[in-house]
Design a protein around this ligand. Sequence first.
Ligand SMILES: *Cc1c(COP(=O)(O)O)cnc(C)c1O
Length: 436
Amino acid sequence: MRFRNIRGDKRGVAFRDALMEGISTGGSLYIPEEFPILDPRIIEAAATPDPAATGFEVLSKFIDDMPTDNLRRIAGEAFNFPVPLVSLDDSISLLELFHGPTLAFKDFGARFMAGAMDYFLGEEERNITVIVATSGDTGSAVAQGFFGKRNISVYILYPSGKISPLQERQMTTLGGNIHAVEVGGTFDDCQRLVKQALADSDLVRKRSLTTANSINPGRLLPQISYYVSGYAQWKVREGNGTLPLLVIPSGNFGNLTAALYAGRMGIRAAKYVAATNGNDVVPEYFRTGIYTPRASKRTYSNAMDVGDPNNLSRIEAMYDSDISGMRKDITAMSVGDAATLDEIRSVYEKTGYILDPHTAVGVSAARSLIVSGGGEKAVVAATAHPAKFPEVIREALGIEIELPDALRRSLDLPKRSTKIEPELEEVKRLVTGGGE
Ligand SMILES: *Cc1c(COP(=O)(O)O)cnc(C)c1O
C-alpha cells in the first residue's frame, strides 16, 4: 500500500517514508491510497479481544514494506493491554481505550509508531529528531513510547500552565532522549510551531526532523484496530440487531478519522458522532458549512482543546470535501463544561463508574442524541482513565481518586523542562543546539 499526500501533487510513498516524514513536504498530510476491506472472519475473530492479533491484521493491510514477523512483533509489544467493551447502562457502552501505560488511547499510536521507527532506523543506522505538540496526553504517550529508543531524540512542546500536573509529570520526568519544552502560549501555538519547524526544509534536513502528532500516519493507523475489536465485541453481545452510534470525544479528530477508516474497512455504526467540548469549530462547520478556525479555549477536557483540528483535512479528503456527504455519516456535537461535570456526577451516582472528563463529553453527547431520538444505543470511546484528571474529579464528585502506582511514582520525580516563547527561532535553537 502506498500513501499519497492529500493535495495529490506527488506520487505515493511507501509506509516507511510516510512514517519517517510524518507530513509531506509543503505541509500536506499523508493518506492511504485506498481502504482495504477486512475479511469478515478477521472482524469476527477480533471479538475475543486480542489487541496484538487484531492490530497486526489491520496494520498488515497497510504496511507491506516490513517483514511480517517484525510487524507481528512490534504490534505484540505495542498492544499488550486489553480493550474491553463495558456496559454503562441500558443504552450506553464504553470501549475502554485507556489500559495502556499512560492511561489514554494515545498509547496505541505512540507505542506502535515508536516501535516501527526504531525498526526502520535500526535498518538504516541513522538518527532522527521527533517533534510533537501536545495538549496533554500526546506528550505523555509519546514520551513513554519513545523513551530509551537509541536513535531518536524527542522534543515535546506543551502550553505552559495549561495541562494537568500529572500529564506534565509524565513527560518532564523521564529525561534521557525525551526533552520537554514549555511554550508560553496555547496548544495551537505549539501545533503551529511544529508545523512551521516541519516546513523548514533546512531544519528538517539537518536534524532529520519528523513528527509524532496524529498527522503522522504511523500513529493513526493503529487506532483503526480497536474500533474493529469494539464492533466485533458489540456484535457478539447484541447479535445482528441495532447498530450503535459510535461516539468519539474529539480534539484533533485523529480518533474520528481512524473510526471512519475502520468503517471503510468493514465495521458498521448507525452514525459516527464527533463530540467536542466548548471548542466547537467542527460542530459549527457541520451546521453552517463554513469552517472558521479559532484560538482554542481551556476546558475540563484539555486534551480536546483544539481550535484548528489537524485531521479535518483527512476527513474532507474521504468525502471530496462534500459537506452533505459528511453529514450523512457524521454528527458533530459540542458539550460544555457544565454538562460535562453533570454527566460525571449522574453516572457516578447511578452506577459508581467514574468517567474521565473527555469520555464524559462523549457520554453526554450520546445521551442527548438518544433522548432526542437520534439513536437507540451508543458505544462511546472511553479515551482516558479518570485518575489522570484528579482536579476535575474532585470538583465534580468531591472525592480523591486513587492514583495508579506508575502515576504516583512520577509525581515524586523532579520536573525537567525548557521554557520558550512561541517563536520558531527558539524551537530551532533548541533542536539544533542540543548537540546530541
Ligand atoms: C487526544 C485525546 C482526545 C482527542 O483525540 P483526537 O484524536 O485528537 O480527536 C480525546 N480524549 C483524550 C483523553 C485524549 O487524550
